[in-house]
Structure formats: C-alpha cells, structure tokens
Design a protein around this ligand. Structure first.
Ligand code: NAD
Length: 499
C-alpha cells in the first residue's frame, strides 16, 4: 500500500468517504483512471517485467494520452491531489521506475532511433547517450533539502513543496531527453506534469509518455501523473498555457516560446536558446582542445543548445589548431564559392537557419554542396570574420566558424558579444587561470566548461548532475527538482527546540 492509501487510515470515516467519492466522480467526469493503489509499491524490478508499447498503440488514447488538453489537465490535477498523500518512499520508487523503464535496452534504443528518424535531426548513437544520461543523472528527491531554524520561540522548517500541475513545453532537438528529465524532476518535487511536445516529435514523445505511465501503473502510482494530448499543436500548447489548473509553465525551446510563457502571468521557467562560443588561447593544450572541440561540436550533429557553435582563436595558434582539428575529423572549407553555396543551403530568406538542415551531419551538408566525404568527417570548419551569419546565428548543425583575434582579452570580449547575452553556455581552452576566471566573470553563462568538450557541462564526462532544461533567462540555471517546487514555511511555536 502506498502512502496515498495509508494516509486515509488517519482520517475520519467521513473524510475517507468524501475523498473516495470526489475521486470517483472526477475520474468519471474526465474519463481518467484512478489508481486503487493496490499494486505493490516498489516491487523489485525484473527484466521480464519490461514495459513496452506496441507499434499500433503509440498514438492511441490511454496511458496518459488524452483527446483534448482540458481532459489531460483535469486528469493530471486529480492525479496530483492523490499524489500529495503518497509517501516520500513511494515518490522515490516512482522516480526509480521512470529511470528503469528508460534504461531497458530495447526502450532506450527505440526512443533514440525514433527520435533521430522522426525529427530528421541528430544521430542515433548520441541520442542513446543523451537519453541514458537523462535517466541516470537527473536528480531525484534527494535534491529537496529541508532547512530548520530552532530557538527559544520553537522550531521552523522551510521545505520544498509541489506547485501542483506543471505545463512543460519540450523541444524537437531533445524530445525524449526533456520528457525523461522533466518527469523525474517535476514528480520528485511532488507535481504532476502535462507535456506539450513539439509537433514534429509527436510519436516518439507519446511513446515515452506511455512507457512512463505503464511503468508507474505497475508501481501503484496515481494514474495520469504524466500526461499529454494525442495531437500536439500550437493551439494545444496555448490551451495548456491558459488553463487555470496549470500552476507553472516550463518552456524548453527557442526565444519565441520562452517569451510567450514569461508573458502569461503564471510562474514560468524559460530555458532558451544559446550560441556557445569556444575560446582557445595561446596557453592551451592545442591538440586536446582540437579533439574536444570536434567531439563537442559534432555531438548529436551540433543540436544541443550547449554545443560549441563558433571558435574564437588567438591568431598565434589558429593555424596549428586548424591543422590539429583536421586530424580529428574537421573538413576545412576555404573556397569562397563553396562557402557561398553553404550559406544559400543553410540560411533561409529570413536570415535564420533552414529547418531542413538543422541537426544534419557534416557528410550530408557537404554532399548538398557537391563535396563527397566519408564518415570520418564530423564537422565543417570555416575561417570567417565575426559578422558572418555562421558566427552570429545559432545554426545547430556541424558547421563551425573560426574567428581570429590578436589577444586572449579580445577573444573574451568577442565571445561575450556573439553569445548575445543568452547567458547559456561558453567553453574556454586555456591554462591561464586568470584569463579563465576573467571569461567566467564577463560572460555570465549558466554553464562554463574549461578545457573539455561542451557536453561535460551536462555531466557527460564531467562531474555533476544533468539537466536538459537550462534556464538562463529566468535564472534557475541547471534546473533540478528544487526548481519545480515552492519554498514553504512551517512554524511550531514554543516547542520542539531541544537545545
Ligand atoms: P522551438 O522554439 O521551435 O520549439 C520549442 C517548443 O515550443 C516546441 O514544443 C514548439 O512546439 C513550441 N512552440 C514554439 N513556438 C510556439 C508558439 N508560438 N506557440 C506555442 N508553442 C510554440 O525550438 P526547437 O527547434 O524545438 O528547439 C531548439 C531551440 O531550443 C534552440 O534555440 C535551442 O537552443 C533551444 N533549447 C534550449 C534548451 C535549454 O535548456 N536552454 C534545451 C534544448 C533546446
């Protein structure tokens, strides 16, 4: 029996009756399923219990998928009210369940392959790493630390408490990674979540939500803690944002949607765009910097918002850096005619990246401009002036411009300029501690990686937890369960102070 069921034993028979009747009526009204909590909580996971969703069931109704946004939100609200009475132990088990169902090898491979195929962006091998790390390294309930103050006047606790129903908008670039990460973080903080996936990632997003729901059901969780709609769309996202039962909005995406959630008048977390510069100065280990930059900038075909998007190199070492990068899988384009062809291919008439080229491989992009290379080519490297759109725009494809400057101070200033105040991510290769510190202070990014590939900043080969919702604009930074909770104070007067 989970805490939700157990909690009833301390209530009067009347309270129990009222709770049961309300739950039953709401469930009938909204077509939701109310868990009877009779499934054993935290039953030891066995591989033979592997949860799956058949091809034909992927986008059908049920398992957290609703026909309308109103139904989805109402079901999540009922689930959250029931969830409030589950014990922390049960919460932990539900979070563990989300990790487990993702990490079943068949599921991990399926969501990673579908994510790449459906969106036409990124690559399967790197999505495997991203989905795995979202399941393994997103913090759980241990993040919710309690503060206590005691004195002559008694004892005060400040605790992290749920918001209620959270509306989470997810990007096409990390469709399942964000659902896994947000589900763990938001449920750990005691919330239910309504997802609004990117329409271009519908099937894989619905599959992930169904896998989570089926797993949670086996663990006796209240039904519909993680929900969505059958047909994600801008209209449905707008309906979710406006729904009075949605208490908090979390947007992981570009500047448009971040601005929109911040204008709703609700508590909003905005995880927006980046344009991460990587600075390389004359004191860096150039061979290592070259390898790290190629690895970071080619990760998932440069889709991650944290990936290196432009190199700013001190002129003294720029040629050597280029020659080292060529040995690690960079293809140098110097012919102005080819550069023009690439511009026409990847920048649209509005001056922004062409969607059909976002997240494509270097091999694919080069092929489109008439250059055939083999799979050892990971990025396209171009020596360019700072005003070029490849430097200024967040391309999200493995085209990496290199801008030369005379000094490291000039490099830092230019990095701040091309990061455009996003305060998202920056990378620097240097052994000069003073200059590393100077850049960290001036650029003010949420993530600053020193002497490593950008992905070290989300815990791939770097210390620390992971998140796929990096909230620079609203200041939560590397979101974790705390970010999805309210700080509430419980004051016991004149007692419980034992000092
Ligand atoms: P996007 O802004 O096009 O879409 C993001 C989400 O917002 C999608 O679900 C989309 O359907 C929705 N959306 C967009 N405009 C909307 C509107 N007008 N009304 C209602 N819903 C709307 O972004 P994308 O292409 O999916 O993702 C790439 C962008 O996201 C990049 O800019 C990248 O840097 C950013 N990103 C940021 C983070 C972070 O943690 N900061 C993580 C991943 C991606």
């Amino acid at each position: 029996k989970c805490g939700w069921e157990r909690s009833k034993s301390s209530e009067s028979p009347n309270d129990i009756m009222v709770t049961d009747i309300v739950a039953k009526l709401l469930a009938e009204k909204h077509g939701g399923r109310v868990s009877d909590c009779s499934a054993p909580v935290g039953c030891p996971y066995k591989a033979s219990d592997a949860i799956t969703v058949a091809e034909g069931e992927m986008t059908t109704l049920g398992d957290g998928v609703f026909a309308s946004m109103d139904e989805a939100v109402n079901a999540a609200e009922l689930a959250q009210r029931q969830y409030q009475f589950c014990s922390m132990q049960a919460r932990q088990q539900f979070i563990d369940g989300i990790r487990e169902v993702t990490l079943v090898q068949d599921n991990l491979e399926r969501i990673s392959r579908m994510g790449a195929e459906q969106t036409g962006m990124g690559n399967y091998e790197h999505k495997l790493i991203k989905n795995r790390i979202a399941a393994e390294k997103t913090p759980g309930i241990e993040d919710l630390t309690t503060e206590a103050q005691s004195g002559d006047n008694g004892l005060t606790l400040v605790e992290y408490s749920a918001f209620g129903v959270i509306g989470a908008i997810t990007p096409t670039t990390n469709p399942t990674e964000t659902i896994i990460c947000n589900s763990i973080g938001m449920l750990a903080a005691g919330n239910a979540v309504v997802f609004s996936p990117h329409p271009r990632a519908t099937e894989v997003s619905l599959l992930m939500i169904k896998l989570i729901n089926r797993k949670l059901a086996t663990l006796g969780a209240p039904a519909n803690l993680v929900v969505t709609v059958q047909t994600p769309s801008i209209d449905n996202t707008n309906a979710m944002m406006a729904h009075p039962k949605v208490r908090m909005l979390v947007a992981t995406g570009g500047p448009g949607i971040v601005k929109t959630v911040m204008s709703t008048g609700k508590k909003a977390i905005g995880a927006g765009a980046g344009n991460p510069p990587v600075v390389v100065d004359e004191t860096a280990d150039i061979e290592k910097a070259a390898q790290d930059i190629v690895n970071g900038a080619s990760f998932d075909n440069n889709l991650p918002c944290i990936a290196e998007k432009e190199i700013i190199a001190v002129d003294q070492i720029a040629d050597y850096l280029i020659s080292c990068m060529k040995k690690c899988g960079a293809y140098l384009v110097s012919d102005p005619a080819v550069i023009t062809k690439l511009e026409k291919l990847v920048i649209n008439t509005k001056g922004t990246p062409e969607t059909s080229c976002v997240g494509k491989s270097a091999v694919y992009l080069l092929d489109k401009v008439g250059i055939t290379v083999d799979d050892s080519v990971k990025i396209i490297l171009i020596d360019l002036p700072k005003d070029h759109p490849f430097v200024q725009e967040e391309l999200m494809m493995p085209i990496l411009p290199l801008v030369r400057v005379q000094t490291v101070d000039e490099a830092i200033d230019l990095a701040v300029e091309v990061e455009h105040g996003n305060r998202h991510t920056a990378i620097m290769h240097s052994t000069n501690v003073r200059k590393l510190t100077k850049m960290a202070k001036l650029i003010q990014t949420t993530i600053f990686v020193k002497n490593g590939p950008s992905y070290a900043g989300i815990g791939v080969g770097g210390e620390g937890y992971t998140t796929f919702t990096i909230a620079g604009p609203t200041g939560e930074g590397l979101t974790s369960p705390k970010s999805f909770a309210r700080r509430r104070k419980c004051v016991m007067v004149e007692a419980l102070n034992v000092r």
